[in-house]
Design a protein around this ligand. Structure first.
Ligand code: BEZ
Length: 212
């Protein structure tokens, strides 16, 4: 099954720290950040799970929930959660999938054998409420992720789903955006972008973020 952008996120049932997860049912009407890490009781992963736990208020604002995964079992995850909570000063407020049989990591192509045949790399999938894969990012085991960047991508996806815009390099929520090249009718431009726009080039039209 493909995990390309636009494809349906593979469904599964797997054990987790919060009991069995039936994935599509668990998604419900939320956006989801599904992210894998190489192993429990490792330093970078410990900081990452702490960082995601602290972002819960930001995720809630975006109708989004997080779910982590590694190929360790539930007993290991539960032991490690204690360390995360102690060292990162937060509660782990999302489930960690226990993918000891590698069922989910196989479905999502999270094991890259040329990197390491036995553990998952740092994969991130952003999945929308229609269960479609909307973004995927892969980091090596030695590089902890910027979850601020993942929130930034989520903001871009949620904005561009509801307005005829795209977000430029290094854009952050609240900054100017670009108008989709497909919008050419002057009446439509006026209706959609009442604050106006600056045409730097015919294909590069900059406008204030429409929902601010
Ligand atoms: C870590 O989480 O610290 C880590 C895991 C695997 C390889 C390198 C670092």
């Amino acid at each position: 099954m493909s995990v390309r952008l636009g494809s349906t996120a593979p469904d599964f049932t797997q054990e987790s720290t919060e009991g069995p997860i039936h994935f599509h049912e668990w998604i419900g009407n939320k956006w989801v950040i599904l992210f894998s890490h190489p192993a429990d009781f490792t330093p970078v992963c410990t900081t990452e799970l702490g960082a995601v736990a602290k972002l819960k208020p930001e995720l809630d604002k975006r109708n989004t929930k997080a779910i982590a995964l590694s190929v360790d079992d539930v007993k290991s995850h539960k032991g490690w959660v204690g360390d995360i909570e102690e060292t990162q000063a937060t509660k782990v407020n999302f489930p960690i999938l226990a993918d000891a049989d590698k069922k989910v990591s196989g479905l999502y192509d999270m094991i890259h054998p040329e990197e390491n045949a036995s553990v998952t790399v740092r994969s991130v999938f952003i999945i929308d409420p229609n269960k479609k894969i909307r973004a995927s990012i892969t980091y090596p085991p030695s590089t902890g992720r910027s979850f601020e960047e993942i929130i930034r991508v989520l903001d871009s996806l949620q904005l561009t789903d509801s307005h005829s815009v795209a977000t430029p390099a290094d854009w952050k929520d609240g900054q100017d955006v670009v108008i989709s090249p497909s919008i050419q009718d002057p009446a439509v431009l006026k209706a959609k972008f009442p604050k106006g726009f600056k045409a730097v080039k015919p294909y590069l039209r900059i406008t204030p973020q429409p929902n601010k």
